[in-house]
Design a protein around this ligand. Structure first.
Ligand code: NAD
Length: 490
C-alpha cells in the first residue's frame, strides 16, 4: 500500500447520519461508495439519506429549537461554546486535514490551511454575536422604535465538495451562533471530514439536537431535495453550481423560504501593462491552480493588455509547467487529484474542447507517472476568443484561458462577458483606473493588486448567475435572524 491508499488515522468504520445526538443508518438501509481520488477505488461506505431520514433530522432540530436551551441562551454563553468548537478544530487540525486531503484529493498543505480557516470561522462569529448591536430609532416625545433580533428555526445547510469542511464551517458558524438549529447535507463526493463534526460538537458541549447531519445525494427524492422541500425548514443556505441553485430556488418557492445562494464563477483576472508583472503572474498562477483549480473564486480567465501579452503568456506557461503535481499527501504537492472520476471526465472534456478552440501553451493532459486517479496537468490556453466555451463555462479544474485586450473599454467588456459575476482580480499601478474598473466590473468581489485573501467582515457573494444574497460579517447574522421592529408611543 502506498501512502495515498492507506486511510488516515481516526477513520470511522462507516459514514453515518447524525440525528438527535445519535449516529444512525438510513431508514431504508441504503448506502453508497465513497472513492479515493488517487485510485478511484471505493474506500468507505456512506449512508444514503432520503425523505424519511430528513424528516427524522428536521424533527430533532425542530424539537431542539422549540424546547431546547440553545435559542434561549445568552449570546455570550453561545459564544463560549463556539470558541470551544474552534479550539477543538484547531487541536485536531492535522487529523482533519489528513482526512480532507485523502477524501477530496486536495494537497495536504492546502487542506491544513482550510482547517485553520474553519476554526477561525467559529471564533469570528462568536465575537460577532457578542458585539451585536441593533438600531433604535426615536421621534422625541412621540415614538421610540427598536429591533428584536431572533433566531429563525431549523436552517438547512447544503454544501459542495471543494474545501468541504471549511465551507460547512462557514455556514454552521453563523447559523448556530445566532441560535438556530441545523440540518447539514454534506456533498456526496466528500463526506469524510464532516463525520468529525458530531464528536467536535459533543466535546464542546453543544446541546443535543442543535446539529444534525444527513449524508447522501441531492436529486429529487434524496437528502438534498427533501431538505429543500421540508415545510419545517424556513432557511436554506446553499453553495454549489448555478444550475443546482436554480432548481433549489424553484423548489423552495412554494414555502417562500429564506435563501442564500453562493454559486459558480468564471472570474476574470485583468492584467494591465503597468502592473507589477511578476506579482501578477505569481498571483494568477495561485488563483487558478491552488485547491486543484476547484475554487469558486478561481481567476480562470486572464485578460492581458496587448503590449505585454506575448511576454506574459510565455512567462505564465513556463511557470505553469513548474507547478508541482503530486500525491495529495505529499507536502511538496501544489496540484493533486481532482475530487472524483465524474469531475475528472468533465475537466478533461474541456481540455479537449480547448484544443479545438485556442492555442495550448502548457499542460493539456494527464501528467506522466500517474497511471490511476484524477490527475490533470496544469493547463493553459492562450488566444482564447470570448465566444469559446472555455471562456464562458466554469471548468472548475486546473485549466486557464488567456485573452488579449487593447483598451480599458475592451478589458471591461471582456471581463463582463459571461453569465457569472463572482470575483474579479485587477492588476495595475494606476489607482484611478483600478477604482473605476472595480466600480464597473460585474462581480460581487474585487481584489486589487492582491491575491484571494478574505477578510471575514466583508460581504461574500456574487452577482448574475454567481449567487443571491451575501454571507460574511453582519450579512450572515442578518440572514440567519429575524429582525422584528417594536414601535412604542411615547
Ligand atoms: P452541486 O450543485 O452539484 O452540489 C452542491 C450540493 O448540492 C451537494 O451537496 C449536492 O448533493 C446538493 N444538491 C444537488 N442537487 C440538489 C437539489 N436538487 N436539491 C438540493 N440539493 C442538491 O455543486 P458541486 O459540484 O458540489 O460544487 C461545485 C460548484 O460549487 C461550482 O460551481 C463552484 O463554483 C460552486 N461553489 C461556489 C462557492 C461560492 O461561494 N460561490 C464556493 C464553493 C463552490
Amino acid at each position: 500500500m502506498t501512502q495515498s491508499t492507506t486511510p488516515p488515522a481516526g477513520m470511522p468504520e462507516k459514514i453515518r447520519h447524525y440525528i438527535g445526538g445519535e449516529f444512525v443508518d438510513s431508514v431504508d438501509g441504503d448506502e453508497f461508495d465513497v472513492l479515493n481520488p488517487v485510485t478511484n477505488e471505493p474506500y468507505i461506505k456512506a449512508a444514503s439519506g432520503k425523505k424519511a431520514d430528513i424528516e427524522a433530522a428536521v424533527a430533532a432540530a425542530k424539537q431542539a429549537f422549540d424546547e431546547g436551551p440553545w435559542p434561549r441562551m445568552l449570546p455570550r454563553e453561545r459564544a463560549r461554546i463556539l470558541n470551544k468548537i474552534a479550539d477543538i478544530v484547531e487541536s485536531r487540525k492535522d487529523e482533519l486535514a489528513a482526512m480532507e486531503s485523502f477524501d477530496s484529493g486536495l494537497p495536504i498543505t492546502q487542506a491544513k490551511g482550510q482547517a485553520a480557516r474553519a476554526a477561525e470561522n467559529f471564533r469570528f462569529f462568536a465575537d460577532l454575536i457578542v458585539a451585536q448591536v441593533d438600531d433604535a430609532f426615536k421621534v422625541p416625545g412621540r415614538q421610540a422604535n427598536y429591533v428584536n433580533r431572533k433566531p429563525i428555526g431549523v436552517a438547512g445547510l447544503i454544501t459542495p465538495w471543494n474545501t468541504p469542511f471549511m465551507l460547512e464551517s462557514w455556514k454552521l458558524g453563523p447559523a448556530i451562533a445566532t441560535g438556530n438549529t441545523v440540518v447539514l447535507k454534506p456533498a456526496e463526493f466528500t463526506p469524510l471530514s464532516a463525520s468529525l463534526w458530531p464528536g467536535i460538537f459533543e466535546e464542546a458541549g453543544l446541546p443535543t439536537g442543535v446539529f444534525n447531519m444527513v449524508n447522501g445525494f441531492g436529486e429529487e427524492g434524496f437528502a438534498g431535495d427533501s431538505l429543500v422541500k421540508h415545510p419545517d425548514v424556513p432557511l436554506i443556505s446553499f453553495t454549489g453550481e448555478s444550475k443546482t441553485g436554480q432548481t433549489i430556488f424553484a423548489n423552495a418557492a412554494p414555502w417562500l423560504k429564506g435563501l442564500s445562494m453562493e454559486l459558480g464563477g468564471k472570474s476574470p483576472a485583468v492584467v494591465f501593462a503597468d502592473a507589477d508583472i511578476e506579482a501578477a503572474v505569481n498571483a494568477t498562477i495561485f488563483g487558478v491552480f491552488s485547491l486543484n483549480g476547484e475554487r469558486c473564486t478561481a481567476g480562470s480567465r486572464i485578460l492581458v493588455e496587448q503590449s505585454i501579452y506575448d511576454e506574459f503568456v510565455e512567462r505564465y506557461a513556463a511557470q505553469a509547467g513548474r507547478v508541482k503535481v503530486g500525491l495529495p499527501s505529499d507536502p511538496a504537492t501544489e496540484v493533486a487529484a481532482l475530487v472524483h472520476p465524474e469531475h475528472y471526465e468533465k475537466v478533461m472534456s474541456y481540455v479537449e474542447i480547448g484544443k479545438s478552440e485556442a492555442r495550448l501553451v502548457a499542460g493539456g493532459g494527464r501528467p506522466e507517472g500517474f497511471e490511476t486517479g484524477n490527475f490533470v496537468q496544469p493547463t493553459v490556453f492562450a488566444d482564447v476568443q470570448p465566444d469559446a466555451r472555455i471562456f464562458q463555462e466554469e471548468i472548475f479544474g486546473p485549466v486557464v484561458a488567456i485573452t488579449p485586450f487593447s483598451s480599458d473599454e475592451e478589458a471591461l467588456e471582456l471581463a463582463n462577458n459571461t453569465k457569472y459575476g463572482l470575483a474579479a482580480y485587477i492588476w495595475t499601478s494606476d489607482l484611478k483606473r483600478a477604482h473605476n474598473f472595480s466600480q464597473a466590473v460585474e462581480s460581487g468581489m474585487v481584489w486589487l493588486n492582491s491575491n484571494n485573501v478574505r477578510d471575514l467582515r466583508t460581504p461574500f457573494g456574487g452577482v448574475k448567475a454567481s449567487g443571491l444574497g451575501h454571507e460574511g460579517g453582519y450579512r450572515s447574522i442578518d440572514f440567519y435572524t429575524e429582525q422584528q421592529s417594536v414601535h412604542i408611543n411615547l
